[in-house]
Design a protein around this ligand. Structure first.
Ligand SMILES: [Mg+2]
Length: 127
């Protein structure tokens, strides 16, 4: 499959996580950009809305849920997958209410994440 028409924005405060996900999904053929915090992510999403946002929950400053609120407010159709450090049920429920496509818990299985992203993007009408 040709994934080059899809773009993914990885939002995580941890450099290692950003690098891992960027390398993994670039190898798959996606266009990948990163942001290390919520405010930076919002600027990038506004400039160029990605096909999918991978959004960390626990970040200093604007946390994942606050960032998500703003993303959805600006564009209710934006595809987002939340990344949580462990099962944070209340946060996950809140994120679900806001229309988050899915969530994964860290440490995550990269193959599972690849399949999840593929299934979400192939269901999304707009590339
Ligand atoms: Mg974090």
């Amino acid at each position: 499959m040709d994934f080059s028409k899809y773009s993914i924005l990885v939002v995580d405060d941890q450099t290692g996580v950003r690098r891992l996900l960027q390398e993994t999904f670039r190898e798959e053929g996606y266009n990948v950009d990163t942001a290390k915090e919520g405010a930076e992510a919002l600027v990038k999403i506004k400039e160029s809305p990605p096909s999918l946002v991978l959004l960390d929950m626990k970040m200093p400053g604007m946390n994942g849920l606050e960032t998500l609120h703003q993303i959805i407010k600006d564009n209710p159709a934006q595809a987002v997958i939340m990344m949580t450090a462990y099962e944070e049920l209340e946060v996950v429920q809140e994120a679900r209410k806001l229309g988050v496509k899915d969530y994964i818990t860290k440490p995550f299985d990269l193959n599972y994440l690849k399949e999840l992203i593929k299934s979400i993007l192939c269901k999304t009408p707009k590339g």
